[in-house]
Design a protein around this ligand. Structure first.
Ligand code: MTE
Length: 325
C-alpha cells in the first residue's frame, strides 16, 4: 500500500476517545443510560446521541453467533485490541492508525444494492438482509500483502447465500463490490488521486467457494467500523486488499473489472491476489510473514494455508496468466 504523511484531519489525541474508552463503549453507554456518569467529559467524544446510534444497530442481539468448528487454525487468535487498532482503511487515512477517524462512519441506515446481471435488482436495508442470513463464527487467518498476518474469529454468512439471494443471470462471471462513498465523513476520499469508491471483485466460482464469507462481525460482536462495518468481504486465501470493507453494492457482470489498487498501481496489484510465497510484491518479500502481537516471523503458505479448499479453482490459470499474483 502507499504511505503518505499524516493527514491534517486526524483527531488530536487530546479530544479523541481513549482506546480503553472506545473498546468499552458499550459499558460506557450503559452507564450513561443508567445516569451513573455524565456523557461528554473533556476527553470523551461519546455523547448520548452516539450511544443512541449504537442502540439503533438492531443486529447486536445476533451475537455471538455459533462457531463453525470445521474451520480450524493452528495459531493463536490475535488479541482484539490489535485487530481493531492496526488497520488499512484508506477512506480514513493512508496509515494504520485510523480507528478513531473511522468512528464517523454511519452504519445505520445502510442500504445495499444488488444489480447488474441479476434476475431482479434488489435494494435492501442491512437489517432486513441480516435477518435473511444465518450468521456463524469462523476463525480464519488473515494475511496482508505488506507481510503481516492476524488470526480473527469473524462472524458472517457464506457468500454463497448472497449468490442465492441475488440470483445472478447465466452470463454473470464476476461479482464487483463497492464501498460507501462520502467525502464528508471519509476525508481520505478527498484525495482525488485515488479512484474512489474502493472497488474489488471476485469470480462467481470464488464467491461460491465454501470459504468465502460476507463478514458482519468479529470477536463475538458486530464488526467494528474500522474493520469494515457493516459488511466486508472475507476471502482468507487472498491478500487483505481484496477484502473490501463497508460494502454498499454487489454488481454482477461478465467483464473482469479493474480493482481500486489495480487502477492506482496496476504493476503492483493483480486481480487474483492469492497468497503466494514464491511471488514477491515489488516492495515486500512474500516468503515469510509477521504474526502481529507475537513477535514471530513464520513461512508464508501457498493460498495462506487454504490450498485444500481453493487450489482447484486455479488449475490452468497459473499457466495462462504470467503474473499469477
Ligand atoms: N476496504 C476499503 N473499503 N478500504 C480500504 O482501504 N483496505 C484493504 C482491505 N479492505 C481497504 C479495504 C486492505 S489493504 C487490507 S490489508 C484490509 O482491508 C485490512 O483489514 P483490517 O484493517 O480489518 O485488518
Amino acid at each position: 500500500m502507499l504511505t503518505r504523511s499524516k493527514p491534517t484531519w486526524e483527531l488530536p489525541a487530546s479530544i479523541a476517545t481513549t482506546e480503553a474508552d472506545f473498546l468499552n463503549r458499550r459499558e460506557l453507554c450503559k452507564k450513561i443510560a443508567a445516569g451513573s456518569i455524565l456523557a461528554g467529559g473533556p476527553s470523551l467524544i461519546f455523547t448520548p446521541s452516539a450511544c443512541a446510534t449504537q442502540k439503533k444497530d438492531l443486529s447486536t442481539s445476533l451475537y455471538p453467533a455459533t462457531r463453525n468448528a470445521n474451520y480450524k487454525v493452528n495459531r493463536e487468535i490475535t488479541p482484539e485490541k490489535i485487530t481493531t487498532t492496526y488497520n488499512n482503511f484508506y477512506e480514513f487515512g493512508s496509515h494504520k492508525n485510523i480507528w478513531r477517524a473511522a468512528q464517523r462512519l454511519q452504519i445505520r441506515p445502510w442500504e445495499v444494492t444488488i444489480d447488474g446481471l441479476v434476475e431482479r435488482e434488489i435494494k435492501v436495508d442491512i437489517d432486513t438482509l441480516l435477518k435473511r442470513m444465518q450468521l456463524e463464527e469462523r476463525i480464519y487467518r488473515h494475511r496482508c500483502v505488506e507481510a503481516w498476518a492476524i488470526t480473527v474469529p469473524w462472524t458472517g454468512f457464506p457468500m454463497r447465500a448472497l449468490l442465492d439471494y441475488a440470483r445472478p443471470r447465466a452470463g454473470a462471471k464476476y461479482v464487483v463490490m463497492e464501498a460507501f462513498e462520502d467525502q464528508e465523513i471519509a476525508p481520505g476520499q478527498r484525495q482525488f488521486w485515488y479512484p474512489w469508491p474502493y472497488r474489488e471483485a471476485v469470480t462467481i466460482e470464488e464467491a461460491a467457494n465454501e470459504l468465502s464469507m460476507i463478514g458482519t462481525g468479529a470477536y463475538g460482536r458486530p464488526m467494528a467500523k474500522q474493520n469494515g462495518a457493516p459488511l466486508r468481504l472475507i476471502v482468507p486465501w487472498k491478500y487483505g486488499f481484496k477484502q473490501i470493507k463497508s460494502i454498499v453494492r454487489f454488481h454482477f457482470t461478465e467483464n473482469r473489472p479493474l480493482s481500486f489498487w489495480q487502477k492506482v498501481q496496476g504493476e503492483e496489484y493483480g486481480f487474483w491476489a492469492n497468497v503466494n510465497p514464491d511471488v514477491d510484491h515489488p516492495r515486500w518479500s512474500q516468503a515469510t510473514e509477521k504474526l502481529l502481537g507475537t513477535g514471530k516471523q513464520v513461512p508464508t503458505q501457498l493460498y495462506n494455508g487454504y490450498a485444500e479448499y481453493v487450489a482447484e479453482l486455479y488449475t490452468g490459470i497459473r499457466k495462462k496468466e504470467k503474473i499469477f499474483y
